[in-house]
Design a protein around this ligand. Sequence first.
Ligand code: KIV
Length: 271
Amino acid sequence: MSVSKQVKRVTTHVLQAMKTEGEKISMLTAYDYSMARILDEAGIDVLLVGDSASNVMAGHETTLPITLDQMIYHAASVVRAVNRALVVVDLPFGSYQGNSRIALESTVRIMKEAGAHAVKLEGGAEIEESVKRILSAGVPVMGHLGLTPQSIYKFGTYSVRAKEEEEAQKLLQDAQLLESMGCFALVLEKIPAKLAKSVSESLTIPTIGIGAGADTDGQVLVTHDMLGITKDFQPRFIRHYLGLFDQIKTAVEHYIGDVKEKKFPNEGEQY
Ligand code: KIV
């Protein structure tokens, strides 16, 4: 039986055992109670309360505007729904960079007020002090390298990262640094599959890829993308398992028609 089938709750140790046994880790984003319940019941290993909530839930162009209070609201809703998955919460932009004391304060709020199980931070050597301080408080940390959307104005585009040797080398060094500090896993976003493979093989902790090919130890997608709710976002790494935007639209059109034509409610749908 697979490692994940044998456990009632997924912990960071379970994820490590999955890497050791060669079982891939499944991870999706969740921002609210109802969706988190479905994903948890389906058996997802990790739920990420991503700061992509800024785009997906609030309609912002970037992840920068979302606040710590808003992340805590989303995270608490997800935690209330979950029985099995590990819940990882993004520290939002401005809540950890450049000041490790603030990083720890933000983390403590997420752990206490939302009941999260771990936090995720974007970056490598630049955030070393923040990562160390959070880990010293006993909170598991997931790293995030490659395309780091909180730095979008530095990169200028959402295109593939680390295609050049220098950036690839820095990414590998950052990955090794994060592992040596004690991070339990690492997201690799939108980097060449070959690089993701060699980073994954050089680390003992699991890597979770998004747009990073098939050889990472797990995969993550934004749930609203894979369900086809965010219709206009179509990068090649997304597989659409449903076309919910159109399906929901059709259902709502049907409902509107029923109301207008006095077909809803019928006798059985009233008191
Ligand atoms: O915020 C997010 O959804 C993420 C994933 C894309 C990994 O960080």
